[in-house]
Design a protein around this ligand. Structure first.
Ligand code: PMP
Length: 354
């Protein structure tokens, strides 16, 4: 029986995507060959890469607007470094809203002193800082749209006169935004897109070529743009599976359609957290993430009972990150509303037992 998968990432993917991807591993499009045993230079795979790149831009509403989509390797963590390497000449401003922002800052500091425009570190990142200034003579501003570990999400983005770089690893394709306000978006595939192994980078080409340093070929966005994201052997399975997920999302009605579902799931989850006296939400209400709901069980004596009930109910991946503790319900695009209903039922049953 399929479990209710609340894992934070890698995480649930649409069942039909898993089926199609597994078929392609055995026999890709009735070719008599596996997807993972054909040349990445074959027309069949080049078509997959082109389709994945085009679908990413189409779903984000960025087609024909000067953006390029790339499927790179090295995870979002490599983008912490690569964005700085390609864009940082004198000084950049970073919003420190969680562990991943903190790591991005650490990498960028290899190249220069980074200015933290604001930070919520003192409150163990339970809110999104607001009301800060972004100096207009900086090279770029970097932020994290959704803080996977703490369960906070930026509901709006600052007006920015300089290029805005955003780590959208854990909420890309989950909500409608004006994506033209960003100049570079990156996201590891393993939440809303596909298996681990590839990272989507969407970049406005005209922000490149402004730093004086030499950039190693593999680290240079221009290399990958000029080679159509095929400079070296791409992670073919991860790209193909991402393409299938993007197709699935397009057929559902795109980001606007999934956003409605995501809002229903989040509303249900947070109303249980707020109404059930046994639980307490971690993040400040106005900054709560629609992707990752973080909460604690107030009565430690009920922990064992609750966890047994979760296990019996087929709930997977609910443990919070070690830096927050408690629980984290990750409700990515592919998680059905019924899974949230199943979890909420267990939470209210616990209340009746207490
Ligand atoms: N940024 C965010 C917001 C994340 O959630 C993660 C991983 N969970 C990362 C960056 C790091 O991604 P990767 O493991 O692909 O390097």
């Amino acid at each position: 029986m399929k479990k209710h998968n609340f894992s934070a990432g890698p995480c649930i993917l649409p069942q039909e995507v898993l089926l199609k991807a597994s078929e392609a591993v055995v026999d890709f499009d009735n070719s008599g060959l596996s997807l993972i045993e054909i040349s990445h230079r074959s027309k069949a795979f080049v078509d997959v890469m082109e389709k994945a790149r085009a679908l990413a831009l189409e779903l984000l509403g960025l087609e024909g607007k000067g953006y390029k989509a790339l499927f790179l390797q090295g995870g979002a963590s490599t983008q912490f470094l690569m964005t700085a390497l390609n864009l940082l000449e004198k000084r950049a401003g970073y919003l420190n809203s969680g562990t991943w922002s903190d790591k991005a800052i650490k990498e960028a500091k290899i190249y220069d002193d980074i200015y933290e425009v604001a930070s919520s570190k003192n409150a163990n990142f339970n809110y999104i800082p607001k009301g800060y200034d972004i100096p207009s003579d900086y090279d770029y501003f970097h932020c994290t749209s959704n803080n996977t570990i703490f369960g906070t999400q930026m509901k709006s983005f600052p007006k920015c006169d300089i290029p805005m770089v955003c780590d959208m690893s854990s909420d890309i394709f989950s909500r409608t935004l004006d994506f033209t306000q960003f100049d570079l978006i990156y996201a590891g595939a393993q939440k809303n897109m596909g298996p681990a192994g590839t990272t989507l980078v969407v970049i406005k080409e005209d922000i490149l070529g402004k730093v004086s340093r030499k950039i190693p070929s593999m680290m240079d966005y221009k290399t990958h743009i000029s080679k159509g994201s095929m400079f070296n052997t791409p992670p073919v399975f991860a790209v193909y599976t991402s393409m299938l997920t993007l197709e699935w999302l397009k057929n559902l009605g795109g980001i606007a359609a999934i956003e409605e579902e995501n809002e229903k799931k989040a509303r249900l989850m947070y109303s249980e957290i707020d109404l059930n006296p046994l639980f307490k939400g971690y993040a400040t209400k106005e900054d709560r993430s629609n992707m990752n709901a973080t909460f604690t069980l107030e009565n430690e004596n009920l922990k064992e009972t609750f966890e047994t009930m979760l296990k019996e109910g087929g709930i997977n991946g609910l443990n919070g990150h070690r830096s927050v503790g408690g629980y984290r319900a990750s409700m990515y695009n592919a998680l059905p509303l019924d899974s949230v209903k199943a979890l909420v039922e267990i939470m209210s049953e616990l209340e009746s037992k207490a």
